[in-house]
Design a protein around this ligand. Structure first.
Ligand code: URP
Ligand code: ZN
Ligand code: ZN
Ligand code: ZN
Length: 511
């Protein structure tokens, strides 16, 4: 049974949803143009100059601002029951914070509780999220083991439930072995789905951690020592090798180290293939020295897996990998725990709940460390914060682009303004912020979610439950048929998004 899709509320169908954004610099992944955007009923209807607009339409003057596709954060964990506790940002606070920062779509992970099937986990997450989300969202589904039942659930999730991506873990209590990875990847390939892995060698980590604890190293610093870069890189290489055997596209989530990215790139150089790499806002701004801080709450507040690296060059190297298209996507991995929850690991770093914030600050942090630092341009910023995720998860061109026919998910960005990040002022439920005190250029002055102005001259006005579950269809052309995809892009230059979407669907049906 598929969960019913929510109807668009009546008030959103009225003329209030008519909006004209004038005089902005419209940034897409491939070009920057000066122009106006006319929005009606949550969709971009016209683009260009001298548009003919109905009377009574609200106008926003975006002169001197960048007008960009809203961010897509493909990696969040709201209300996630994990490591004996539950992440504190729920689907309301999490999506509200996302919008405050310029993100208009999130993709979370449905994670099965012990004994729960992947399909039931999906329904559990729909029930948690549907009434709370302030922006559109999708779901990846985690596979914490392998069986015929899991395989059947994958079929149903792809066929009837709008899921096209499955995450497998190479560490934690619920890690799968190489044979299980092989079977899961093979099935993803058959279904036209994206296989995702958390790449760290779990067995090595257990041994290293046991030795450290036995030597009396119990504090947060033990976390990174037990999972060094090569432990991440080895798993990346192994996942790539296994995916190659069954010719399955692979997406490596949260890549945190230069060694791991080098493993990905060296596999790509040798064998080609569809392997994508995602890194995180925190990894682009902070390094692992924070985890050696004398204050436990501070150090533990920075613990996630794979860990922030003690090599202070890592954030810049990762940004350069994004610039060079060696990495393609940025997420937040927002998985937040209060200081009292982090204290579960006071006497044993293995028990510190893993996870940090980022859903609200990802866009500003990446602008600061990427665009303001002169490493990437605004178009690449759009690619790595929005468009590439839309393409990989088959949301493009509905999302990830400012084009006629696309959803009106838009951020109007003032690159000359600054803001200083703090847990005291953020919109998240958590009591800690890993970016505390960081001043970022790049402030979202207006954030438009499905045509609704949710950040209005800097003021946040969200509507709980206004977001929709967005289906992610299988066989994304960008991943599964890059040649046809390029032809379509060329056609798209002269056509409309609607035509293009039909083309995409035609390709999907031909598979
Ligand atoms: O430490 C992390 N990354 N926490 C969230 C769970 C995961 O592995 O993504
Ligand atoms: Zn169902
Ligand atoms: Zn993970
Ligand atoms: Zn995660």
């Amino acid at each position: 049974m598929s969960t019913p899709v929510k109807k668009v509320p009546i008030h959103l169908q009225s003329s209030q949803t008519r909006l004209l954004i004038k005089n902005g610099k419209i940034v897409n992944e491939n070009e920057i143009t000066d122009g106006d955007i006319y929005i009606e009923d949550g969709v971009i209807k016209q683009l260009g100059r001298n548009l003919i607009i109905p009377g009574g339409t609200r106008t926003i003057d975006a002169r001197g601002r960048y007008v960009m596709p809203g961010g897509i954060d493909p990696h969040t964990h709201f209300e996630f029951e994990f490591m004996g506790t539950k992440s504190v940002d729920d689907f309301y606070h999490g999506t509200k914070a996302a919008i405050a920062g310029g993100t208009t779509t999130i993709i979370d992970f449905a994670f099965p509780k012990p004994g729960e099937s992947p399909l039931d986990a999906y329904h559990t997450y729909r029930l948690k999220a549907d009434g709370k989300v302030c922006c559109d969202y999708g779901l990846h589904v985690c596979l914490t083991g392998w069986s015929d039942q899991v395989k059947k659930d994958m079929d149903l999730l792809c066929r009837d439930h709008g899921v096209n991506s499955f995450k497998l873990f190479m560490c934690y209590d619920f890690m799968v072995d190489d044979g299980e990875l092989y079977s899961a990847f093979e099935h993803c390939k058959n279904l036209g789905a994206i296989a995702q892995v958390h790449a760290e060698n779990g067995k090595i980590i257990i041994k290293n951690a046991e030795k450290l604890i036995a030597k009396g190293v119990t504090g947060p610093e033990g976390h990174e020592i037990s999972r060094p870069e090569e432990v991440e890189a080895e798993a990346v290489n192994r996942a790539c090798v296994i995916a190659k055997q069954v010719d399955c596209p692979l997406y490596i989530v949260h890549m945190m180290s230069a060694e791991a990215v080098e493993a990905l790139q060296s596999h790509r150089n040798r064998y080609g293939g569809n392997v994508y790499g995602e890194t995180l806002a925190c990894a682009l701004a902070i390094d692992g020295r924070q985890c050696r801080h004398e204050c436990f709450a501070h150090a533990a507040g920075h613990i996630l897996s794979p860990p922030l690296r003690s090599n202070a060059q890592t954030p810049t190297m990762l940004m350069k990998f994004l610039q060079a298209d060696i990495l393609q996507v940025t997420g937040s991995d927002n998985c937040t725990f209060n200081q009292s929850q982090k204290a579960l690991g006071k006497n044993d770093f293995r028990k510190i709940p893993n996870g940090v914030n980022g859903v609200e600050d990802r866009m500003s942090v990446i602008w600061e460390k990427g665009v303001h630092a002169g490493i990437i341009d605004p178009s690449r910023f759009v690619a790595i914060t929005s468009t590439n995720a839309a393409k990989i998860y088959n949301l493009f061109p509905r999302k990830g682009v400012i084009a006629v026919g696309s959803d009106a998910d838009i951020v109007i960005w003032n690159a000359n303004e600054t803001r200083t990040i703090s847990a005291k002022t953020h919109h998240q439920a958590v009591d800690f912020n890993v970016f505390e005190g960081m001043t970022c250029h790049g402030v979202p002055e207006y954030v438009i979610v499905n045509g609704r102005v949710c950040v209005d001259e800097g003021q946040l006005r969200v509507a709980e439950g206004h977001g929709r579950f967005i289906e992610t269809p299988v066989f994304p052309p960008y991943v599964y048929d890059p040649e046809k995809y390029i032809t379509l892009l060329t056609e798209h230059k002269n056509g409309t998004v609607e035509q293009n979407t039909q083309n995409f669907q035609k390709i999907h049906l031909e598979q």
